[in-house]
Design a protein around this ligand. Structure first.
Ligand SMILES: [Zn+2]
Length: 312
């Protein structure tokens, strides 16, 4: 719980990808033509950065390797503005469609590209569409072996495309043979015994904001840091329309014109910063990994780490 008179710090994150790369509209044919679509990611990300600057807020940006490769200036701008750079993988292919070997190449390639651009160690990873599920748990070991310190891909909810309903819903340390990795799950809350997502994305645009705000306050009062996420394309109501299933069309386009104002309201109602900034134990683990950077693999982190508390 936060001390009286101070405000709890929460985690704000953005998955930096183009509007045509989302999993809901994925097709092999579209994938082959990514380079021919109109790019909107730079302008949309700049919109977010301006909004964050107005609210003097920092965030974590999980940048897709494919995007970073084409727009290194965008990554550098985020670093210059004091934001944390993390990895969204390279290809945006769902992990459920990848083999462990392909996944390893994907996360290694993205990390290398991002680190070369920003000259800093990249510690965090978020999977396309939160696709670390019960079938792809092996991905956690691969991430630890590849030097990632934290992951934010396990969504503890029931969903048609992702989710692990029985996963721990708060920030925790996962221990594996390859070492340890912090898991930073997107926020959820319980309503009548059912775990409901309140973390961002489509949920952020579908729930009326006053209701969402109330649910987020509940999470805060329980002493848990919020872990919120959005995408640059969610602040772009003028993006070209894509064809897809009616469910994907609904999820992708609903209330895009409201996102910017809602994000602004959210930034006024809660205190956000990057994942490293908000989570002291994760920050310490990242700092420790930086000390061990010359070694190829992440060394096992301290087993004795206190439970994660709100940083105020
Ligand atoms: Zn994504």
């Amino acid at each position: 719980m936060s001390a009286a008179g101070t405000k709890a710090m929460h985690c704000l994150s953005f998955d930096v990808e183009e509007h045509f790369q989302v999993s809901g509209f994925w097709s092999e044919d579209r994938r082959q033509h990514w380079d021919t679509y109109e790019s909107r990611v730079e302008n949309n990300t700049r919109k977010i950065v301006e909004l964050l600057a107005q609210h003097e807020t920092k965030a974590t940006f999980f940048v897709l390797g494919w995007v970073a490769e084409r727009y290194p200036g965008l990554v550098n701008m985020l670093v210059e503005q004091g934001h944390e750079i993390a990895s969204h993988g390279y290809s945006h292919e769902l992990i459920t469609d990848q083999t462990p070997a392909i996944f390893r190449d994907d996360v290694r390639r993205a990390k290398g590209i991002l680190e070369d651009i920003c000259g800093k160690r990249v510690h965090g990873y978020r999977a396309p569409s939160f696709s670390i599920t019960k079938d792809t748990k092996w991905a956690i070991s691969v991430l630890a072996e590849e030097g990632y310190v934290y992951d934010s891909s396990i969504f503890p909810v029931l969903h048609d495309r992702y989710g692990m309903p029985n996963a721990t819903p708060t920030v925790h340390l996962l221990r594996g043979e390859a070492g340890c990795i912090w898991e930073v799950p997107p926020s959820t809350t319980n309503i009548f015994g059912t775990r409901v997502p309140v973390a961002g994305g489509g949920y952020f645009r579908i729930f009326p904001y006053p209701i969402l705000r109330q649910l987020l306050k509940r999470v805060e009062k329980a002493g848990h840091p919020l872990v919120m996420y959005l995408h640059p394309w969610e602040l772009d109501p003028d993006q070209p329309k894509m064809q897809g299933s009616s469910l994907s069309v609904f999820r992708h386009y609903i209330n895009l014109h409201k996102t910017e104002d809602r994000l602004s309201a959210l930034l006024g109602d809660f205190c956000f910063t990057s994942i490293r900034g908000a989570l002291e134990s994760v920050d310490q683990a990242c700092a420790k990994a930086e000390g061990a950077y010359s070694q190829a693999k992440l060394l096992a982190l301290d087993d004795h780490i206190e439970s994660v508390r709100l940083r105020v």
